[in-house]
Design a protein around this ligand. Structure first.
Ligand code: ZN
Ligand code: ZN
Length: 281
């Protein structure tokens, strides 16, 4: 069983657990290395670090940022960022402002569809965390407009949903620079390379490497053996770091377990040795 999980979310973004509860769960499940990678915020990390004190669990500071790469939404993970870097924190603030803007637009579209929810209700569900579509979904469920998260995204919030609003996010190259300037290591999250042939996949990967990408999330909660082997091959070809994680969201994605994803995730321990070396830790 994997004892490493480098991709998890807390209620500071779209996970259901508090940082403390997540750390406790990771420990109970036998993990000894955990990264918290909330969307657009590092605010959960202080609480998580306190919770991990005294436990045989190393907490790796992380983040997940949305980017655009060649017209497609692409996620970037950053590890070992200097959390106190004021420029980086100001950039995150800017990203969170665009999220709020998008949420307001979605609510307007919902109103036009006679779905009456308010920003205050969504903010209440989001709590102190980065606001996102899953929080709107929660309100839709609570108010009886939909039965569950899946229906909320299919009918309203997903890319084919009636109230979908595209979020404008920075280019991958820019986000790679932000992470690097904050002393972090940029890693491409869950690389699907969907719809790309072998040649285009290599070209895309090369472009990101030229932009400063340092690694690939080769092991992922829902990846097939084939996806893993393609990403391993690319990582070797471009001499990239390899990471892995479940993308755990707690009860919001109940099919994914911490550490093991859908059951077969197993992040090798040497992954962490290389990541630490790269970060100079
Ligand atoms: Zn992601
Ligand atoms: Zn994630």
């Amino acid at each position: 069983m994997s004892r490493i999980d480098l991709h998890t979310h807390t209620h500071f973004s779209d996970g259901s657990f508090s940082p403390t509860a997540l750390v406790e769960l990771a420990h109970q499940q036998g993990l000894n290395i955990l990264a918290i990678t909330d969307h657009d915020t590092t605010d959960g990390l202080t609480e998580a670090m306190e919770a991990a004190q005294g436990l045989p669990l190393e907490l790796v500071p992380g983040i997940e940022l949305s980017t655009e790469f060649q017209g497609r939404e692409t996620h970037m993970l950053g590890y070992f960022i200097d959390l106190s870097d004021p420029q980086f924190q100001a950039r995150l603030e800017q990203l969170r402002a665009t999220r709020l803007d998008r949420i307001q637009h979605i609510i307007e579209r919902l109103h036009a569809l006679k779905v009456e929810i308010s920003l205050a209700e969504v903010e209440h569900v989001a709590g102190r965390g980065t606001i996102g579509r899953p929080h709107i979904a929660q309100v839709l469920i609570e108010k009886g407009y939909v039965k569950g998260m899946k229906e909320a995204f299919e009918r309203f919030l997903g890319i084919r949903g009636a109230a979908y609003v595209r979020r404008v996010v920075p280019e991958a190259a820019e986000i790679i620079t932000w992470i690097t300037e904050a002393g972090g290591i940029p890693i491409l999250a869950h690389p699907y390379w969907e719809g790309l042939n072998a040649e285009k996949t290599v070209v895309s990967c090369r472009t990101m490497v030229e932009q400063g990408l340092r690694g690939l999330e080769v092991f992922y909660g829902t990846f097939s053996a084939q996806q893993i082997s393609l990403n391993l091959h690319l990582a070797r070809q471009f001499n990239l770091l390899i990471t892995g994680g479940s993308d755990f969201h707690g009860t919001f994605k109940p099919e994914i377990s911490i550490g093991t994803g859908r059951g077969s995730l197993n992040v090798p321990s040497k992954v962490m040795d290389h990541l630490r070396q790269a970060a100079g830790r």
